[in-house]
Design a protein around this ligand. Structure first.
Ligand code: MG
Length: 161
């Protein structure tokens, strides 16, 4: 088994789409960035890459490369997980926490879980998405930004046989 941890944070900007875990959330502002800035998916990819010591998404998809401009993070996640599988591992489970003050994410959590499960082609019971605020403290609390952390457990597929 291999465990991995990922963290990401982006500035929130008025007029940007708010795409979290591949789901568009109705909002006047969203994470700013080179790609679609899907913060929780960035954390999830870094957790997967970290578990296998394969570097990070900045190394795989550099923001200096126009190819990744406005990239769909769900597509990037598919690429990262394909790499995980090609190394002989499969996802046991992932646990993601999104940290922001607004908008409230509770109504969208199950949609986010389903979207990730669909991209990875795994059962939704393997995917946990949670959301929390930091009670108006710090950059997530005052609406400056959004952060996410992710932990994944990967299993060697040979042990599954
Ligand atoms: Mg990012």
């Amino acid at each position: 088994m291999r465990i991995g941890h990922g963290y990401d944070a982006h500035r929130l900007k008025k007029g940007r789409k708010c795409i979290l875990c591949g789901v568009e959330i109705p909002s006047d502002f969203g994470p700013d960035g080179h790609s679609d800035a899907d913060v929780p998916l960035h954390a999830l990819m870094d957790a997967m890459l970290g578990a296998l010591a394969l570097g990070d998404i900045g190394k795989l998809f550099p923001d200096t490369d126009e190819k990744w401009h406005m990239a769909d993070s769900a597509e990037l996640l598919r690429i990262v997980y394909k790499s995980v599988c090609s190394h002989g591992y499969a996802l046991s489970n992932a646990d993601i926490t999104i940290i922001l003050q607004l908008p409230r994410l509770a109504p969208y959590i199950d949609q986010m879980r389903a979207r990730i499960a669909e991209v990875l082609e795994v059962d939704v019971s393997r995917i946990s998405v949670k959301a929390t605020t930091e009670e108006r403290m710090g950059f997530t609390g005052d609406g400056t930004g959004i952060a996410a952390v992710a932990v994944v457990l990967l299993v060697d597929v040979r042990t599954l046989k």
